[in-house]
Design a protein around this ligand. Structure first.
Ligand SMILES: [Zn+2]
Length: 407
């Protein structure tokens, strides 16, 4: 890598070292050398700098405690680990009916989390920002901290989100017009704020502490109020031309069909998202058109009817599962990722959804490609989403060159 910018190389190496310490700490320097394949001198320089910055600290283990290799027994070992209190951050997940918040330390361990059940879908973006501000301040206070202790806030939400500019272009939560929501929150909270599409957030979090810890390429599909996709390629999140990324929910399944939120026909969202299932249930007469319960309650009632043997409601989830299977088969045939993680609240339908999904996926993906792709289902709780939102800030701090503050 002769041509690489030396400052960039230093920043990348620093990130690698912090990440190895986070994943494997407490860890000896010699093991960091092995895992990063960087030189001893480089590791010494980077870890020395990180100790000076207060990001990692040294722990001395007795022979009895640490060290499971025979060579180290009998003498104390010097191990390095992240200094949890070096930074504290907040993660927020916005969905139609609640705000989930997690306050974490520098290791990503949750200090405090809370869920605020509030219908935010019909509020203006300013009101949503006020609600998020109140929730963040509450979570920070509950964790025994003040906003001055907080280095940044990460916010995940569904929709077409420009994670680079911090703008929501189109979201079921913030509406169809562009909203500079990261700016809204920065003005209210006085700390750096990062905005991210929620499927990207799950992809980052799976890579950080989930099923994709040791994977450089994988796909996450989230089944929620809308269908989302996070695409991780060669160690990086793919963001497309405008910082947005992949919009699986608007992949076209047919030339006509019901109109999607986006104004176009035939989108996967109209077939497989919660909103799509509810619309289909109304059209088929399984739900009254004037039933104003929250979408999660409507889905729950359809699910209980399907589970008690009603064929009509069960067919709705089968149709949704088959549509997902078809869309994911296309993703698999196009990209052949080594791992596909399917996540989100939609998995509460269980085998009503996953069995038809897998059946179609197996039938429509090329056998050689299918055999090379692992597919797993990973339902997430609210606190995992919020913790994932916190990790987008932590990642940014890890990536920031020495002594610069995160932005
Ligand atoms: Zn659409």
């Amino acid at each position: 890598m002769k041509t690489a910018d030396p400052e960039l190389m230093r920043a990348i190496n620093r990130y690698l070292v912090i990440d190895v310490i986070r994943r494997h700490g407490p860890i000896a320097r010699v093991e960091i050398v092995e895992r990063t394949e960087l030189s001893r001198a480089t590791i010494s320089a980077i870890t020395g700098g990180l100790i000076d910055e207060g990001l990692i600290h040294v722990r001395h283990f007795d022979a009895a405690e640490g060290g499971n290799d025979a060579a180290s027994r009998g003498r104390p070992r010097v191990m390095l680990e992240l200094n949890g209190v070096a930074y504290r951050v907040v993660g927020v997940k916005l969905s139609l009916h609640r705000i989930s918040i997690a306050v974490t330390d520098f290791r990503g361990d949750v200090l405090r989390d809370l869920v605020i059940p509030v219908r935010i879908a019909r509020q203006t973006p300013e009101v949503v920002a006020d609600l998020v501000e109140d929730g963040v301040r509450q979570g920070v206070a509950d964790a025994g901290l003040t906003m001055a202790d907080i280095s940044g806030v990460g916010i995940g939400l569904p929709g077409v989100i420009d994670g680079v500019a911090g703008v929501s272009h189109e979201s079921p939560v913030l509406g169809l017009s562009p909203v500079p929501f990261a700016d809204f929150m920065r003005q209210r909270l006085g700390v750096p704020v990062l905005l991210e599409n929620d499927a990207n957030l799950v992809a980052l979090a799976e890579h950080w502490f989930g099923h994709a810890r040791d994977r450089d390429s994988f796909v996450v599909v989230t089944v929620e109020d809308t269908i989302g996709m996070g695409l991780f390629i060669d160690g990086k999140l793919y963001r497309g031309a405008h910082g947005v990324g992949a919009e699986l929910g608007h992949v076209k399944m047919r030339l006509d069909g019901p109109l999607c939120r986006c104004g176009q026909p035939g989108c996967l969202d109209t077939l497989a998202s919660d909103a799509g299932v509810i619309e289909a249930a109304r059209n088929a007469g399984y739900l009254a058109t004037d039933d104003r319960r929250q979408s999660s309650e409507l889905i729950a009632s359809l699910l209980s009817r399907a589970r008690s043997g009603e064929a009509g409601p069960a067919a709705l989830f089968r149709t949704a599962g088959e549509a997902l299977g078809l869309a994911i088969a296309n993703v698999l045939n196009m990209l052949n990722p080594p791992l596909i993680i399917i996540s989100g609240e939609g998995l509460r339908a269980g085998t009503l959804l996953t069995e038809p999904l897998l059946a179609v996926l197996d039938r429509l993906s090329l056998p050689a490609l299918r055999a090379a792709t692992e597919v797993i289902f990973h339902p997430w709780g609210d606190e995992s989403w919020a913790r994932g939102a916190a990790t987008i800030v932590l990642r940014r701090i890890y990536e920031t060159p020495l002594n610069a503050s995160p932005t």
